[in-house]
Design a protein around this ligand. Structure first.
Ligand code: AMP
Length: 194
């Protein structure tokens, strides 16, 4: 009986991951030629599946990294599940934003994307030293955005518990040179694509 109960969340995570995978759309040559864009619109539009996916990600993070003290969401699609997960744990949500969006004293990091370059900013007092921080984004591609966000978290004197993504493009080998130990636990994705 105990074993069956223990397996239920795992089965739900696997079933949810399959449903999420099936609803994601591939958009060829967007936003530039040669990029296959993963459109998560059908997931956001489905309240039942979105709710299940948030819960699945909460479970995956709790099991592998523990409950964080704070969730960082990367602009802009990292805000969607990032805030929902933070609310689920009743911890603060901190947006990491593109330049020019946040007021006050800021920290900034520059990085390379799968397409182009970018910068992220956070407000200096948004993350307290010693906090255990989860970084969340929608897609893990080359890993440059996540690595930049982790640098920004560390520059605040906080501790990283790891990252979570809705989907990972494994063929891009973003987890090579992953800066945290135990990438299988600290770099979590609900869904994997080649
Ligand atoms: P990267 O830094 O290469 O891991 O890229 C991750 C960021 O770029 C995320 O914020 C994604 O929203 C976006 N991104 C990169 N590649 C894709 C893709 N193929 N489909 C959708 N979003 C992507």
């Amino acid at each position: 009986m105990k074993m069956i109960l223990n397996q239920e969340p795992l089965n739900e995570i696997a079933q949810c991951a399959q449903s999420v995978k099936e609803c994601i759309l591939d958009v060829e040559d967007f936003p530039i030629s040669g990029v296959a864009f993963k459109d998560l619109g059908p997931l956001w539009a489905n309240p039942d599946l979105s709710g299940r996916a948030i819960e699945a990600m909460v479970q995956m993070v709790e099991v592998n990294q523990g409950v964080p003290d704070c969730v960082v969401g990367i602009e802009s699609r990292g805000f969607i599940f990032g805030l929902a997960m933070a609310q689920r744990w009743n911890v603060p949500f901190v947006p990491f934003r593109k330049p020019g969006k946040l007021p006050g004293e800021l920290k900034r990091v520059a990085y390379a994307l799968e397409y182009g370059t970018a910068e992220l900013e956070c407000q200096v007092n948004s993350i307290q030293a010693g906090m255990r921080v989860l970084v969340h984004d929608d897609v893990f591609a080359t890993g440059g955005t996540a690595r930049a966000a982790m640098q920004l978290v560390k520059s605040c004197g906080a501790e990283l518990t790891g990252c979570s993504f809705i989907l990972s493009l494994d063929g891009l080998n973003g987890s090579q040179n992953w800066p945290l130990p135990a990438a299988d636990k600290t770099c979590l994705s609900l869904v994997h694509f080649e």
